[in-house]
Design a protein around this ligand. Structure first.
Ligand SMILES: Nc1nc2c(ncn2[C@@H]2O[C@H](COP(=O)(O)OP(=O)(O)OP(=O)(O)O)[C@@H](O)[C@H]2O)c(=O)[nH]1
Ligand SMILES: [Mg+2]
Length: 232
């Protein structure tokens, strides 16, 4: 909010100045979309990198996926591009430890290591954090961030810290609630409202999704396309 409607709402004690959009020029429309505009595009795995300054060729806008370990980043990425096995998914948290780049014709989707993974060693955790934060802070080609939160849980301290970092970065953010299939419709609606309030976001800034059932995936894909259009 503090950055012309580009970042997430209330953070760092700054007061919200009204509702922000889910992303610059791309609020979630919350209407049922028939087709996912990303699922029909060719996609290619580019590589896994340990360096936030890595040069990828060609240079294109990047959309990053960030969130707590095990929140469902890799699954969401697979669902968006319609390739179930492309990004590595696991029952055990901490699967993604590097920056993984996937190329669509005119943008990259970047799967980031999850934060808050308690079982990783302290030095590993510090390393992932440095990589994720370094990437989010310094990446010139970063066009937007998809920030994932599990619909069943309250935002953790690490989530709050991430929200702060994202607000400071001032780039468009799409807040996505994952695993909505785990709740009944009415429980999901209650959680959506509660989380929107807890995060200081308008309901149009949050999209509930399920990588399992496909709910909300086409809508998120459409918002990513809008984000990329705003960046290029
Ligand atoms: N029910 C349900 N399970 C999901 C969904 N998305 C992911 N999962 C499960 O959650 C677990 C973690 O999924 P990942 O996609 O690997 O999560 P991640 O955020 O990439 O995890 P890290 O790479 O460890 O940070 C796996 O067991 C997935 O099958 C969903 O929409 N619904
Ligand atoms: Mg992952």
């Amino acid at each position: 909010m503090s950055t012309g409607g580009r970042a997430l709402g209330r953070t760092g004690g700054r007061k919200a100045e009204g509702k922000t959009r889910g992303a610059q020029g791309a609020p979630f429309a919350h209407r049922e979309l028939a087709a996912n505009p990303l699922a029909t595009l060719p996609v290619e795995f580019v590589g896994s990198f340990p360096d936030p300054q890595v040069r990828v060729d060609p240079q294109l806008p990047e959309i990053a996926f960030v969130g707590r370990s095990n929140v469902g980043k890799s699954s969401l990425l697979n669902a968006l591009i319609g390739r179930p096995g492309l990004a590595r998914v696991s029952g055990s948290p901490g699967k993604t430890t590097l920056l993984n780049f996937y190329r669509l014709p005119s943008l990259y989707l970047v799967d980031l290591p999850g934060y808050g993974f308690a079982r990783a060693s302290k030095s590993d955790r510090a390393g992932y954090q440095k990589l994720t934060r370094g990437y989010l802070r310094t990446r010139g080609t970063l066009a937007g961030i998809v920030w994932l939160l599990d619909i069943r849980h309250e935002p953790s301290t690490a989530d709050r810290e991430m929200q702060e970092l994202l607000a400071q970065g001032g780039r468009p953010v799409l807040a996505v609630l994952t695993k909505v299939d785990k709740l009944t419709r009415s429980a999901a609606r209650t959680r959506e409202r509660g989380l929107a309030q807890a995060l200081g976001l308008g309901s149009e800034q949050i999209q509930s999704t399920s990588s399992r059932t496909g709910q909300g995936i086409a809508e998120l894909a459409e918002s990513i396309v809008q984000l990329e259009r705003g960046a290029s």
